[in-house]
Design a binder for this molecule. Structure first.
Ligand SMILES: C[S@@+](CC[C@H](N)C(=O)[O-])C[C@H]1O[C@@H](n2cnc3c(N)ncnc32)[C@H](O)[C@@H]1O
Length: 236
């Protein structure tokens, strides 16, 4: 009897989600645009940029961790950095490769199907990591292993952006649930409060900035929130 592993279940759930055309996102998130402008490379004219991050002297590569279709790989390319991406969904990677090939011929090969716990790149390969809605889409121990891999593959002084869903009272305490129906059915959602967020990055990254953005839908009477964190790789 073949044992069904958690990883297989999660990969299948994400493939099915992409097959339902969920997370078909082509434009970058505003928070990542702002992060790059503030800490990495600032656009000052139509085709003119100023390097902000000293570590760009050591690497001009950016990793989009859990990249989906690779929208932030496309953004990296647009601002003159070499973007790379990894995602567990082969469906997302295949579609992303097809799309990125229409932007530049070197981009498709830089998207890899794989797990965030085992990044197939050498130590100190990147100077920037961005990750939208990923570290909260998996159990905490997997997210922590991913953070350690990000640290390993970043140059000294490299920076990282991540956002995660905030604890919202739906679960009895910050922690994980399995989404049972609807959008992203079958995937894990992991809710964070400050303490859980701190322990996710502890001993590997210093927090430069941590912002909680909340949305209140007055008509539906619902609230939701996300933590947006900007991190600098510690020298450990
Ligand atoms: C909410 S989607 C966000 C996609 C993308 N970051 C974006 O903003 O368009 C979460 C992504 O995390 C990926 N993911 C979940 N667990 C993963 C793992 N263990 N390794 C790699 N990717 C994973 C999923 O396949 C999915 O594409």
């Amino acid at each position: 009897v073949k044992e069904t592993r958690h990883d297989d279940v999660q990969q299948a759930a994400w493939d099915q989600s992409y097959a339902r055309l969920e997370n078909h996102l082509f434009w970058p998130t505003e928070e990542i645009v702002r992060f790059l402008s503030r800490h990495v490379r600032r656009r000052v004219a139509a085709d003119e940029y100023v390097d902000v991050l000293d570590a760009l002297a050591r690497s001009r590569r950016l990793l989009d961790l859990g990249c989906g279709l690779g929208r932030h790989v496309a953004l990296a390319h647009e601002i003159g950095l070499s973007g790379y991406g990894i995602d567990v969904s082969e469906t997302a990677i295949a579609k992303g490769r097809e799309w990125l090939g229409t932007i530049a011929p070197e981009l498709p090969d830089r998207l890899v199907a794989g797990d965030v716990r085992e990044l197939p790149w050498p130590d100190r390969f990147f100077s920037v990591v961005v990750s939208h809605g990923v570290l909260d889409s998996m159990p905490f121990d997997i997210a922590r292993a991913a953070v350690e891999e990000c640290h390993r593959t970043l140059v000294e002084g490299g920076v990282m952006y991540a956002d995660v869903i905030a604890f919202d009272g739906r679960t009895t305490e910050p922690g994980e649930i399995l989404v049972d129906t609807g959008f992203e059915a079958g995937t894990v959602q992991s809710y964070f409060d400050e303490r859980r967020l701190d322990s996710l990055v502890a001993d590997r990254f210093s927090i430069i900035r941590r912002v909680l953005v909340t949305h209140a839908d007055r008509d539906a009477g619902t609230r939701s929130g996300r933590w947006h964190v900007e991190l600098r790789a510690d020298d450990v």
